[in-house]
Structure formats: C-alpha cells, structure tokens
Design a protein around this ligand. Sequence first.
Ligand code: FAD
Length: 309
Amino acid sequence: MNLVLIQPGDDVSLQAITLARSLGGPVHALIVGSDEVASELGVDVVHVARHDGLTGFAPDAHARICADVADRIGATAILAAGTERGNDVMARVAARIGEPLAANCIAVTPGQPLALTRIRWGGSLLEEARLHCGRAVLTVAPHVVATDPAGSPGSVADVAAELDDADLVVMVRDRVAAAGGGVSLADAKVVVTGGRGVGSADGFAPIEDLASLLGGAVGCSRAVTMAGWRSHNDQVGQTGTKIAPEIYIPCGVSGATQHIAGCKGAKRILAVNTDREAPIMSVADYAVLGDLHEVVPAIAAEIRRRRGG
Ligand SMILES: Cc1cc2nc3c(=O)[nH]c(=O)nc-3n(C[C@H](O)[C@H](O)[C@H](O)COP(=O)(O)OP(=O)(O)OC[C@H]3O[C@@H](n4cnc5c(N)ncnc54)[C@H](O)[C@@H]3O)c2cc1C
C-alpha cells in the first residue's frame, strides 16, 4: 500500500504517483483542504482531509495528517513531490514516524532493502542507493519521471483531521503577489533568462520585452540576484526555481553546473552568448553567438514583424 501526498495543481505530485505505482500494490492519495483534483488522479482511493483551523499551507499540520492517514491505511511507502513544500512536509513525516527520508528519487525497485536511484549534488550525479527502513518516505525529483495517463477515478474518503494548536503555528496566512505578476517561473512554457552578461538591472528591459512577447516568464542567474538586479524569486538553478519550459532562452548566462541543475527539464534550449566556449553552449539545442543587447531586441523585432505589428 502506497500513499502519495498531493499538492493540488502541481504536476510533480502526479510524477510522484507514477513512482508510487512502480512500487506495486494499491496507490492512495491524500489531499489536504481541497477535493478539486480528486477525480483526476486515477488512484485507488483519494483521502481528502479537512480541519477548520487549517486555512493555508501548514507543514506540521500536513505532516501530522499524512502520518496519521499512513498509519490508518497501513502504508508501507509515503511519497510526495520533491518540491520545496513536498520536501518540507516529508522531512517532518519522516521525523514523526522515525524513518529516513530519501529525497529526489527518479526510480525505485521494490524489495527489502528498497533500491533507489536519486539525483544528488545539484544534478551532477545519479546515486544508486539501498534504503533500509520499516516504511519508505520518498520524494520524486521534479520533471524527470513521466506522468502516467490517469486511470479511472477511485473512491473518495473524507478525513476529519485531528490537529493541535502547535501544528498550526507555522501556516501561510497571507499571499503577496510577486512584483510584475504574470506567469510563474515554475509553470512557464517559455522562460527568458538574463545572466551577468545583461550588465545591470535596467539591462533586463529587452529580456522582459521578449518574455512578454512570447507569453513567458523572466528568469535570472544567481550572479544577477547576488548583484541585486533581480529578486531571488526569479533565480533559476540549484538554489533557485527548477523549471521545465518548452523553450528556455538563457542570455548572457555561462551555464554553471548549479544553473543547469535548475533548467535540465527544459525541452529545448536557445542560448545567446558572446563566448562560444561557454558551458551553456554544450547543453544548448540552438545558439546565437553574439551580444545579447543586439540579439534579443532583433529576435523581438522579427517576432513583431512576422505578427504584422
Ligand atoms: C552552492 C551554490 C549554489 C548555486 N546556485 C545557483 C543557482 O541556483 N543558480 C545560478 O544561476 N547559479 C548558482 N550558483 C552560482 C553559479 O556557480 C554561477 O556563479 C552563476 O550561475 C554564474 O552566473 P552567470 O552565468 O550569470 O554569470 P557568469 O558566469 O559571469 O557568466 C556570464 C556569461 O555572460 C556572457 N556574456 C557577457 N556579456 C555578454 C553579452 N553582452 N552578450 C551575451 N553574452 C554575454 C559571458 O560570455 C558569460 O558566459 C551557485 C553556486 C554555488 C556555489
């Protein structure tokens, strides 16, 4: 019996269901506070937990509910998305039930011990590991495992969550929209990123223009956030957001390992750089060798011309 904690609207949760299926046996899902995607998951049973005091994401509360449901149904494996929230909650689940957490898994083979493949060191190596545990607590690396087509909808079981005040101390109480709004980096189908080569905060104007023309999001490298040109919300990479767009356009980005760790999920990469030896060139599908201050406005102008405006 495997239990998957779902973050509604997060594709990586669906990838966790694929990983759970590979363990064999029935797959149950748990959603906290909402049943909006319950019929789309294609698992045997969806547990929908609610509590009057739970008005936003609360990692301790989610972990307690997850551990309680896992106990009740006798789950031998508990899985979630390897996102910030998924890892946050599953670390707490593991601590509650006294088991190790294996994060960033991309393949599992059932058995005792469980055989795992997981991504380590910011994506620079794959680890083959054996997990000795009573119950497996796993998160799936984002955008590596394919999402299975959903099976037929299973039954839905309501769960009245039992929580104490202490479980609700840390909770999302308010949301502040990111400056600029628009498409979120993690979900964008097109991401146009500027690196140190952009030269300044003001230098991002053509990057923003191209992203907006393509209905995409603006990203940046850590060199840019360290310089204070953009907020950390825009950072792509190991210590930023992991993205999986249809097309990724890094401009003036060298392609350090820690940056590539965040954009590996991109289907295609179009790099703009003045240096043909830059590491980004070796992972790019297409490249324009040139000054981004000329190339990016030229791409935008050509798109406008072809669209007739
Ligand atoms: C623990 C750790 C975590 C990290 N996490 C991240 C992370 O999450 N994300 C991240 O990005 N980095 C991360 N880094 C930093 C990473 O190692 C690099 O330092 C960083 O990615 C470099 O940013 P950059 O490519 O913008 O700058 P640079 O490496 O300085 O590259 C600038 C590039 O711009 C090109 N260029 C210059 N001028 C132009 C121009 N006019 N037109 C076109 N091209 C031009 C240059 O040829 C060069 O390739 C991390 C580092 C550590 C140690």
